[in-house]
Write a protein that binds this ligand. Structure first.
Ligand SMILES: [Zn+2]
Length: 253
């Protein structure tokens, strides 16, 4: 049996909170999806994805169940009390033990949340669209925890070295209904690319700016680039039709 590679998060979460990110290695998929593609919605063979998902299930305790999302670059957040069919949205929040809250990415940013008591967790799928619609703010506002008691970790995403966007993205951010201070800070997350109509967006820095503006000062991770790290991660920008990694968090049963 293949063995999948999962990285535990390097953050000071309570000991009953478990979280991990898969790499692209150790699965059954081939070609563009080689090898641990965990997404059914891409053009991979469904039986191979099912075998990869079985590897994922086998890598965790048997009493855990998985909650998946059908991600739509929205600001929709769901609180789950039991695992069920996939939800259409981009954030999951959970206070019950034993439910593995999952998101799938290949460049977008997975943001993990827990409070310091280990009683509430959340995870969000953050690309520029969801960010401009307020997905991060919605997660923080939906959490019961005081933001000062929330710690976060930013998973593998496309870095500022490779996330080139058009001027329309910078414009959309400049028009958002955010406080003036936040809007100003967000504009500083865009740096000039070679072409005058292109910018590099620092998704990590932009996420930190939003979290800080919500009162969350403990932000960890955020130092990888899926595009640069070809051996380890899928990257949609680099490879187009490709696989997805899983980012997952749960409260220990
Ligand atoms: Zn890069």
């Amino acid at each position: 049996m293949a063995s999948i590679i999962k990285s535990e998060l390097d953050w000071p979460a309570p000991s009953n909170i478990h979280a991990f990110v898969t790499s692209r290695q150790g699965g059954y998929s081939t070609k563009n999806f080689s090898s641990l593609n965990l997404a059914f919605h891409v053009d991979d063979k469904l039986d191979l994805v099912a075998r990869n998902r079985a590897l994922l299930q086998a890598s965790v305790s048997r009493d855990l169940t998985f909650q998946w999302l059908r991600q739509i670059h929205s600001a929709s957040v769901f609180q789950v009390d039991s695992s069920g069919p996939e939800k259409k949205g981009d954030g999951l929040l959970c206070k019950k033990a034993g439910i593995v809250c999952c998101i799938l990415t290949a460049d977008c940013l997975p943001v993990f949340f827990t409070n310091k008591h280990g009683t509430e967790i959340a995870i969000a799928h953050v690309g520029w669209r969801g960010m401009s619609k307020g997905i991060i703010q919605n997660v923080v506002n939906t959490m019961e925890s005081n933001p000062r008691e929330v710690i976060t970790w930013l998973g593998p995403a496309i870095g500022p070295c490779h996330f080139e966007v058009g001027e329309e993205v910078k414009f959309i951010f400049s028009q958002s209904h955010w406080p003036d201070m936040l809007r100003h800070e967000m504009q500083r997350c865009f740096s000039c690319a070679g072409d005058p109509k292109k910018y590099f967006l620092d998704l990590y820095q932009a996420t930190k700016v939003i979290l800080n503006s919500m009162g969350i000062s403990e932000v960890y991770g955020g130092d990888e680039c899926t595009y640069c790290q070809e051996e380890k991660y899928f990257s949609f920008r680099r490879d187009g039709d490709t696989g997805r990694m899983v980012s997952a968090i749960f409260i220990e049963p």
